[in-house]
Write a new protein. Structure first.
Length: 144
C-alpha cells in the first residue's frame, strides 16, 4: 500500500523544455511552469427548458519563471525583437512537458502555435536573486 504522500504529483515530477525552431533555447533554471486552458462559454437559454452550456476550446496560456543564471532569455527576446524590425517572421516556439505520474507512467504533451513575451525581465536588487518570467499563449496542446 502506498503512502498518502505519494498519491499526488509535485513539481519535480516534471520536465519542461522551451524549444525555438525545434531546438532547446539553452541552459536555464526553470523554477515554475503554469498553464491553463482557454475556452469560450456558449450559453443556450430556451424559454421552455433549463439553460444549456458548452465550453469551446480556444487554446492555452501560461507562464514560465526562471532564476536568471545567464543571458539566454535576454538574448532570445532581443533577437526576436530585432528580427521583427528587420521584417522577419518570428521564430517557431514550442514547449514540451514530461510528467512522471504517481503510478510510474509518463504523460507527455506539446504546446504548439505559441506566442511568447518577456513578461518580467527581472528586478535587480542588492543580494536578491533575479527572477525572469515568460508569458505565453498556444493554439493547441497535444499528446507528444
Amino acid at each position: 500500500m502506498s503512502s498518502p504522500g505519494s498519491q499526488f504529483n509535485i513539481g519535480s515530477d516534471s520536465v519542461m523544455s522551451f524549444l525555438v525552431n525545434g531546438l532547446p533555447i539553452g541552459s536555464m533554471l526553470l523554477t515554475s511552469f503554469e498553464f491553463k486552458q482557454l475556452t469560450t462559454r456558449l450559453t443556450s437559454k430556451p424559454v421552455n427548458n433549463v439553460p444549456g452550456y458548452r465550453e469551446v476550446e480556444e487554446g492555452w496560456e501560461g507562464t514560465m519563471e526562471y532564476d536568471r543564471s545567464n543571458s539566454v532569455l535576454d538574448d532570445f527576446f532581443a533577437a526576436k525583437e530585432a528580427a521583427r524590425y528587420a521584417g522577419q517572421q518570428p521564430p517557431q516556439v514550442t514547449v514540451t512537458t514530461k510528467i512522471t505520474n504517481t503510478d510510474g507512467s509518463v504523460s507527455r504533451f506539446r504546446f504548439d502555435g505559441m506566442a511568447v513575451k518577456l513578461d518580467n525581465g527581472g528586478k535587480y536588487a542588492s543580494d536578491e536573486k533575479v527572477m525572469q518570467q515568460v508569458a505565453w499563449v498556444a493554439s493547441t496542446r497535444t499528446p507528444a
